[in-house]
Design a protein around this ligand. Structure first.
Ligand SMILES: NC(=O)c1ccc[n+]([C@@H]2O[C@H](COP(=O)([O-])OP(=O)(O)OC[C@H]3O[C@@H](n4cnc5c(N)ncnc54)[C@H](OP(=O)(O)O)[C@@H]3O)[C@@H](O)[C@H]2O)c1
Length: 207
């Protein structure tokens, strides 16, 4: 398959690219600053552009079979997730691409959640500390729900840098742990490109 990747210069995104290449996929990855492109490979093409720019996202998706994203807000940006996802959804329609796998966070609430007390407290805390970032993630989920795309919105708790340690614990109701390694998260994201189990759902994943 040829995969489009957003956030490929980030700490989760670079694992996503490494794992996709190791699995034999071809990758087209968006990068704002080519100096931040972490790797080169014969099956990897870097496309320069900003995820806020619809034309850049449309160009990124050219010839791709699915879209993956480990995009996250950088300093001062409070709407990048919802803007990027609106651009991805429009570009997917234009390119006839069905599957979109992306990262959100365990603090986001979604229909069907049965969060335990710590999970509810974390949601409240995240909302108190970063209301604009939570609102951005909520707009992103609403856009996905309003689309006809096969999306999988993956909700991890705290991200840590640790070697992959097997399959994560997954639940569609609550987070089963308090952290996950970025490499393990990247593996799960990649698995969801071809797995139909969580399509149009927002599973929690944790170590
Ligand atoms: N940190 C946590 O504990 C935690 C917990 C739960 C969920 N999450 C979520 O997990 C995801 C991945 O986190 P991470 O720590 O791996 O991310 P990260 O290292 O901060 O990487 C973010 C990526 O997004 C890219 N990006 C940001 N704005 C962009 C734009 N306008 N156009 C194109 N690219 C843009 C960055 O590109 P540049 O290299 O150009 O900056 C970078 O590649 C994020 O969505 C985050 O909200 C994080």
């Amino acid at each position: 398959m040829k995969l489009a990747v957003l956030g490929g210069s980030g700490r989760t995104g670079r694992h996503l690219i490494d794992h996709a290449l190791a699995a034999g996929h071809a990758v087209r990855a968006l990068v704002r600053d080519p100096a931040r492109a972490p790797v080169t490979h014969e099956r990897l093409e870097w496309v320069q552009g900003d995820a806020r720019d619809p034309a850049a996202v449309l160009q990124l998706l050219e010839g791709c079979d699915a879209v993956t994203s480990a995009l996250g807000p950088t300093k001062g940006a409070v709407d990048v997730c919802s803007v990027a996802t609106a651009n991805v959804l429009a570009a997917m329609r234009a390119r006839g691409i069905k599957r979109y796998v992306l990262v959100s966070g365990a603090g986001l609430d979604a229909p069907g959640d049965r969060k335990d007390l710590p999970g509810k407290l974390i949601s409240k805390l995240v909302r108190l500390i970063s209301p604009a970032l939570v609102a951005d993630k909520e707009r992103e989920l609403a856009a996905l729900q309003a689309s006809d795309v096969e999306w999988v919105l993956v909700r991890p708790p705290r991200l840590v840098d640790a070697p992959p340690n097997g399959a994560p614990r997954v639940s569609t109701e609550r987070s089963l742990g308090t952290k996950i390694g970025r490499a393990t998260l990247a593996d799960f994201l990649l698995s969801q490109v071809t797995d139909a189990r969580y399509v149009r759902q927002a599973p929690f994943v944790s170590a």
